[in-house]
Write a new protein. Structure first.
Length: 282
């Protein structure tokens, strides 16, 4: 089967602020095409994002804009199966290109079902899995490097499971048996049939909808809902903050801890409420 793997890096917490993208095409387990580019997002770079990937305004000064490469991106996707490591890339790209109708496969969901108990205690981040599987990663958070590593992880999962992509496209829709892992997560377990099953989400700040409703929507979409930030959390939704409750700080304690973990390499995505509502509609 022919498929592509995509990875993006963003300039700031806005999921559409793409500053780098890589798309690699595979056919019969072999790479047949590689394409990657920096992108000038024409927006501000947040210091936290820069700390993660090292890309800033100077890096992209002469880079094309997203509109310059939009046709190339869509041509690379064509009608192929699109794979990504986690839900973030899909959320971003389908928001930018709502006309995309491709079938998607989240490699993290494949990983969790291929080696569910074996790597649960380490987490399923790209760097953690690369280390566990002894896959060399030269430059984590470089889009091309991340795609190539994700590609090796997927090929390893296919080989170890002795199953093809057609099997996994159906298998990822079904529950995984990780009772102890699920108990270790927050107060609400995700729907095992949900597209975001495997993600763990935390909310901070005031949302436009009741927190309980947001948690219910997240669980329906497959997310485990936790009450505090830990290494197992993959998504933090940031609402409006009540400054009187921050004890003189600019950020909530949850966001501070999440950013500290991000700096240490943990793959936590920071989402606005709008981003969250977009994500759960995948």
């Amino acid at each position: 089967m022919k498929y592509v793997i995509v990875d993006i890096e963003t300039a700031n917490p806005n999921i559409t602020s793409i500053c780098q993208i890589a798309i690699v095409t595979y056919e019969n387990g072999q790479i047949t095409d590689q394409w990657h580019t920096l992108i000038n997002p024409k927006t501000d770079f947040h210091y936290m994002n820069v700390a993660i990937h090292g890309i800033d305004e100077r890096t992209v000064r002469n880079a094309p804009t997203l509109s310059d490469v939009a046709d190339t991106i869509k041509a690379k996707f064509a009608d192929n199966l699109i794979c990504s490591y986690g839900a973030f890339d899909r959320s971003s790209l389908t928001r930018i290109f709502p006309e995309l109708s491709n079938q998607w496969l989240d490699i993290v969901r494949v990983v969790r079902r291929s080696w569910n108990q074996e790597f649960a205690k380490y987490g399923y981040g790209l760097a953690s899995m690369a280390s566990a599987l002894k896959i060399k990663q030269a430059n984590h958070h470089d889009a091309l490097d991340d795609v190539l590593v994700a590609g090796e992880i997927l090929l390893k999962a296919l080989a170890d499971s002795q199953q093809d992509l057609d099997f996994w496209l159906q298998r990822v829709k079904k529950p995984i048996d990780l009772e102890n892992y699920q108990k270790a997560h927050g107060k609400l377990e995700g729907n095992p049939e949900g597209e975001l099953h495997g993600e763990t989400i935390v909310f901070t700040g005031e949302l436009s909808i009741p927190r309980a409703k947001a948690a219910e929507l997240a669980a329906q979409a497959g997310c485990n809902v936790a009450t505090g930030v830990s290494k197992k959390v993959t998504l933090l939704v940031i609402g409006e903050q009540d400054l009187t409750k921050l004890n003189g700080k600019e950020l909530s304690s949850k966001e501070i801890k999440a950013r500290e973990l991000i700096e240490k390499g943990h793959p936590i995505q920071l989402l606005s409420e709008v981003d969250f509502l977009t994500l759960i509609k995948i």
